[in-house]
Design a protein. Structure first.
Ligand code: N1C
Length: 258
C-alpha cells in the first residue's frame, strides 16, 4: 500500500474555486519574480491569460490547449536544468527539493508555484468563478485544474535538459503508470537531443523489495531506450532520503541522485 508522500489531489475534491484566487496567484507571482530578481513584472498579464483559459466556459470543457497563451506568457521563467519529475511521490519529492535546492520540480517554477494546491473553475455563460463546486477528474477529464497540470507538465518536460531525475513510488504495484501525467505526458515530451540521462529513483519503505527490476520500471527504461535516452534506476528507502536531506549532509544531492 501507499505509506508515504501522497497528498490528496486537490483538483478532485468537490470544492469550488479557492477564495481570493486572484490575490493569491498575483501575490505568489510577485513574490516569485522578486526572488529570481526579474525587473519585468508581468503578473497582471499572467493573471489575465490564466483567467482567459477557463472563465466563461463549461468546467467540463477546458482543454490543455486553452492554457497555451498562458504558458507562452510565463515562458521565460521555466527552468531547464536539474529537473525532478515525480509520480505518486508528491510530498517526498517536494520535501527533497526544498531541503536540498539541488533539483527543481514544476512547483519550483513560476507556473507551478502560482497554482500549487489551488482549485479554480468558471461557468458556462457567466464571467464569474464558481465558488461552490468545481469538477474533478472523476466527473470529467477536461476540467480546468487537470488540464492546467497536464499543459504545464508538458511544457516542463519539453524544457528539461541535461541530467534529469524522477521519483517513483516503489511501494505501488505500478510505480511507472502510463496513465499518470508523468507516464502519459512528460515522458512523451522528453527531448532526447537535450536530455542526456534519466535517474530513476524508486522510493520504497524497506530495502527488501527491489522495484527497479519490476516490469513496470523496466517498461519505463525501455520507453526511454526507444527514445535513445539513457537511464539508471536506484531503489532508495524513505529513511535514506530523509537522512540524505538532513541539514547536516552537504552531499545530499549526490546521496539521493547520482
Ligand atoms: O500524474 P502524475 O502524479 O504522474 O503527475 C506528476 C508529474 C510530475 O512529474 C510533475 O512535473 O506531473 C507534474 N505535475 C505537477 O507538478 C503537479 N502538481 C500538482 C502533475 N500533477 C500535479 N499536481 C496534481 O497532482 C494534479 O492535480 C494531478 O492530477 C495530480 C497528479 O499526481 P500524481 O498522480 O501523483
Amino acid at each position: 500500500g501507499l505509506v508515504f508522500g501522497l497528498k490528496k489531489n486537490k483538483g478532485t475534491t468537490n470544492k469550488g474555486t479557492t477564495r481570493n484566487l486572484k490575490e493569491i496567484v498575483v501575490e505568489r507571482c510577485l513574490m516569485f519574480i522578486k526572488e529570481v530578481d526579474t525587473s519585468d513584472n508581468k503578473c497582471d498579464q499572467i493573471w489575465s491569460t490564466f483567467k482567459h483559459a477557463f472563465i466563461g466556459k463549461n468546467p467540463c470543457n477546458v482543454k490543455m490547449g486553452d492554457y497555451d497563451q498562458f504558458i507562452d506568457t510565463v515562458h521565460q521563467y521555466i527552468s531547464r536544468n536539474k529537473t525532478l519529475f515525480w509520480s505518486k511521490t508528491q510530498q517526498i519529492a517536494h520535501d527533497f527539493t526544498k531541503a536540498t535546492k539541488c533539483f527543481m520540480t514544476l512547483e519550483d517554477t513560476l507556473v507551478g508555484y502560482m497554482m500549487d494546491g489551488l482549485t479554480w473553475c468558471g461557468q458556462n455563460s457567466s464571467m464569474e468563478f464558481d465558488y461552490t463546486y468545481c469538477p474533478g477528474y472523476k466527473e470529467c477529464e477536461n476540467n480546468p485544474v487537470s488540464s492546467f497540470w497536464k499543459r504545464a507538465s508538458m511544457n516542463f518536460a519539453e524544457s528539461a535538459q541535461g541530467r534529469v531525475a524522477v521519483m517513483l513510488n516503489g511501494s505501488m504495484s505500478q510505480p511507472f503508470s502510463t496513465s499518470s501525467i508523468f507516464g502519459s505526458i512528460e515522458v512523451n515530451h522528453f527531448n532526447s537531443s537535450i536530455i542526456s540521462h534519466v535517474n530513476i529513483i524508486s522510493v520504497i519503505s524497506s530495502t527488501y523489495s527491489g522495484p527497479c527490476n519490476s516490469m513496470s520500471i523496466r517498461n519505463l527504461t525501455s520507453i526511454l531506450k526507444n527514445k535513445r535516452i539513457n537511464s539508471t534506476c536506484k531503489d532508495i528507502t524513505v529513511s535514506e532520503i530523509q537522512n540524505c536531506t538532513s541539514k547536516h549532509n552537504p552531499q545530499s544531492c549526490d546521496c539521493v541522485i547520482n
